[in-house]
Design a protein around this ligand. Structure first.
Ligand code: AMP
Length: 397
């Protein structure tokens, strides 16, 4: 693989696929969180400082029928200028004459942002000809969009074939790959994986794959209740996927065969409605009355989960322990975040999966006390499911 740090960018027009799919205010189209732009900045600054110019490609939102106002990247132009501290040019089409002219007149140190690549259906179809047209704009290709690395799209995957000797992963992508490998390949033991969130069906592949590597798997959140029901427990109105009962039994069986300890939350904070002001009760998770639903793990589970986590040397976390968006049901998720911070200070390597878990460590103030917070939700999940991510493979091989 070509090394990004030692590659010579002098005088080159560098096509960089970034993940600038940032949240925008629905009325004013202002950026509400520029984390993704800041995350790509070290890669972009390195190229500029080494004499290159930048042609930035990204998607924003999920436009279905061509160009649409709310998904235009023009809304984030000033946000990029703010982070990069210099002006950014904009092409209102990612391919075609305008893009070609603007790209060919770029001077070293200058930045050009192309309009949303998903305004063309060819992008998500991984169309070769579209990828070729994008490739003609630059001299080399850098992929720093970990968040879309699980998609075989034209600007993340096919484009790399036009740069056999000039394609590479940027700093953010490299950091994501390195931290994921620390968990899956250079694992320090004991390794505890914490999986939570709403549904068993979303997490079954990751749990099955983790059975091959983890020493402990902690299961919390709504998905835990399908496990309790599968074991004959009463779960009242808690979330449950009846069609996954057998899956849960198989997971428990395979864990036993492999010596992996599965930890379920033995107590739950239950509510009589899905509401922040619901009446609550602390009960055993397998004895929940009809009309009540488990919305968070209870204090005994918090303490026993924290003990396992704090004694671990590697920790992976994906998915909240309860409805953490509501204060009344956030203490389980907070306790797990705190235990992960403690494990980190004890020397463990701790990786927080994107999406809700990243939002939770941020919300509870532990984001700087863990080893790495991933920027990729779906991509990270697929990596830990054991899948090959096409965006990574395209620049590595
Ligand atoms: P996921 O996207 O699958 O990781 O699920 C995250 C969502 O699961 C969050 O919005 C949580 O509010 C929700 N969640 C977590 N625990 C529960 C629960 N016990 N009951 C209902 N929803 C839950």
């Amino acid at each position: 693989m070509i090394n990004f740090s030692s590659y010579s960018f002098r005088g080159k027009k560098v096509l960089v696929r970034v993940d600038f799919n940032v949240p925008l205010n629905k009325e004013t189209f202002e950026i509400t969180d520029d984390k993704r732009i800041r995350a790509a900045a070290p890669t972009l600054l390195h190229i500029l400082e080494n004499g290159g110019s930048l042609i930035l490609m990204s998607h924003l939102g999920r436009p279905k029928e061509g160009p649409e106002e709310k998904s235009s990247l023009k809304h984030i132009l000033s946000g990029i200028e703010k982070v990069m501290g210099r002006p950014v040019k904009f092409s209102n089409d990612c391919i075609g004459e305008n893009a070609k002219n603007l790209a060919s007149s770029l001077e070293p140190g200058e930045i050009l942002l192309l309009e949303n690549v998903r305004f063309y259906k060819e992008e998500t179809k991984g169309d070769m000809d579209f990828a070729k047209q994008l490739s003609l704009l630059g001299d080399c290709y850098v992929n720093d969009a970990f968040g879309t690395a699980h998609r075989a799209h034209a600007s993340t995957t096919q484009i790399a074939t036009f740069f056999p000797n000039d394609k590479m992963a940027g700093y953010l992508m490299a950091a994501e790959i390195e931290s994921a490998k620390k968990v899956m390949q250079d694992t320090k033991r004991p390794f505890t994986a914490i999986v939570g969130g709403a549904k068993v069906s979303d997490k079954v592949l990751i749990v099955e794959n983790l059975l091959n590597v983890a020493d402990h798997i902690i299961i919390g959140g709504g998905m835990a209740y399908t496990f309790f029901k599968a074991q004959g427990g009463k779960i009242g109105n808690s979330l449950c996927e009846d069609e996954r009962l057998e899956t849960c039994i198989q997971i428990m069986k395979r864990a036993k065969e492999r010596g992996v300890q599965i930890h379920l939350p033995m107590d739950s904070i239950t509510a009589d409605e899905f509401s922040p002001t619901a009446n609550t009760q602390l009960v055993e998770s397998s004895a929940i009355q009809d009309g009540w639903m488990g919305l968070d793990i209870g204090p005994s589970s918090q303490a026993s989960f924290a003990k396992v986590i704090e004694e671990s040397k590697t920790v992976l976390w994906n998915g909240p322990m309860g409805v953490f968006e509501m204060d009344a049901f956030s203490s389980g998720t907070k306790a797990v975040a705190e235990a992960i911070a403690k494990a980190t200070s004890n020397g463990a390597f701790t990786l927080i999966g994107g999406g809700d878990s990243a939002a939770a460590v941020q919300k509870f103030g532990f984001a700087t006390q863990v080893s790495y917070v991933s920027t990729g939700g779906g991509a990270l999940l697929e990596y830990f499911e054991g899948k090959v991510l096409p965006g990574i493979e395209a620049v590595e091989n």
